[in-house]
Ligand binder design. Structure first.
Ligand code: CXF
Ligand code: ZN
Length: 366
């Protein structure tokens, strides 16, 4: 057992409070990581808003941690003390989807990543004997230490700045993997990306890296659209100024072969389907509001169009995260352009900067 400084959310919508907790020594299969830095992803804000309602509270969130292995539990062989690791989503490794190489669709995804406790019901942290929920995405990385699992730690090389790498564990692999693992557009093909936050930008960089021909970024914020262009969009559309469906149809002479929806807004999801040519494929990665329903033009779907959800870029993290690090080193996935660093104790300011759209990917440095 050791002490850690963590950011606690005590009730729905309450700000993060930096507090001291006791964190367990790693049990069998667990890995204790000294966090160097952690990204902030919109799912953290989503969970903050539902703490004590859909998620347990008090809780420590954070799911884009990067750090150094401090200790390993019994039976852990994948990493050793001193290794640099990125923390990603957790999965069971035993269900049909995990066995089939699709851990993002682990049949125990929700309890393992959002349950707030270990499989046996115990919490990994406490404060003067009172349980504090953790294990968010198998990590709870908003802290100086995080307890993760052998399944969701990914070893990364030591010749890249560790502080930058946390977002590869969620937002960046979600965007890049949606292109490289899930949609797999052909070289020269056309794609429209709706929403140019961190996920959409990662998708744009990936689309460029694999040789898409026409890459259209759609957003309502001019500063983001400008960056989208620099990162690989061949065209950008401000949906606050023009109807993006009409604009994309005109620009492409009928529509795009692929689209990716990264806003979570159902009206935008429909637009992302409406811009497809027959046989086109739309990937949905934005997190919709609870119980949101999606209305589509049924006749458009009839003509061979596909609409499909994508979780975590359908990544096999042990393979895909090191691949993205390699692309970064080659200058072909310059995700550092999205990042602004904040000291850990400015976590609430960092959240606001992300929500306002001012910062694409905040990183909290411990
Ligand atoms: C999440 C989105 C909500 C479902 C699980 C995966 N992705 C990342 O934050
Ligand atoms: Zn996330």
């Amino acid at each position: 057992m050791l002490q850690a400084k963590v950011a606690v959310v005590r009730q729905a919508g309450a700000p993060f409070q930096i507090e001291t907790v006791e964190i367990d020594a790693p049990r069998a299969g667990e890995v204790l990581v000294k966090i160097a830095a952690t990204g902030i992803c919109h799912t953290d804000m989503y969970a903050q808003g539902l703490a004590g309602l859909a998620f347990p509270a008090p809780v420590v969130l954070g799911h884009e941690g990067a750090g150094v292995v401090e200790a390993v539990g019994e039976g852990v062989t994948k990493v050793q003390v001193g290794d640099h690791v990125v923390l990603t989503f957790n999965s069971c490794g035993r269900c049909l989807n995990c066995e089939d190489g699709a851990p993002a669709y682990c049949q125990s995804f929700m309890p393992l990543n959002m349950g707030g406790v270990r499989a046996d019901g115990s919490t990994t942290m406490r404060q003067n004997g009172t349980p504090i929920h953790g294990g968010f995405f198998g990590q709870s990385s908003f802290g100086t230490y995080a307890l993760a699992y052998e399944r969701n730690v990914v070893k990364v090389p030591k010749d890249v700045p560790l502080e930058l790498l946390g977002p590869l564990g969620c937002g960046l692999q979600t965007g890049a993997g949606s292109i490289m693992n899930a949609l797999r557009p052909e070289v020269g093909s056309s794609i429209a990306i709706f929403g140019t936050g961190a996920v959409g930008m990662a998708a744009i960089m990936a689309a460029r890296a694999i040789g898409c021909g026409t890459i259209i970024g759609v957003d309502v914020k001019p500063n983001r659209l400008e960056l989208a262009r620099e990162l690989g969009a061949t065209h950008v559309i401000n949906a606050a100024e023009v109807d993006p469906v009409q604009a994309i149809r005109e620009l492409t002479g009928g529509g795009v072969r692929y689209s990716l929806e990264a806003t979570g807004i159902t009206k935008v999801m429909r637009q992302a389907v409406d811009v497809l040519v027959p046989r086109g494929v739309c990937g949905i990665v934005g997190l919709p509001a609870p119980q949101a329903e999606l209305a589509l033009d049924a006749n458009l779907v009839l003509f061979g169009r596909t609409v499909r959800g994508i979780i975590e870029g359908e990544s096999v993290p042990d393979i895909f995260i090191p691949a993205l690090v390699e692309l970064y080193k080659q200058g072909r996935f310059p995700f550092d352009r999205l990042i602004r660093k904040f000291p850990f104790d400015q976590i609430n300011e960092a959240m606001h900067a992300s929500e306002s759209g001012e910062v694409l990917k905040p990183i909290l440095v411990m």
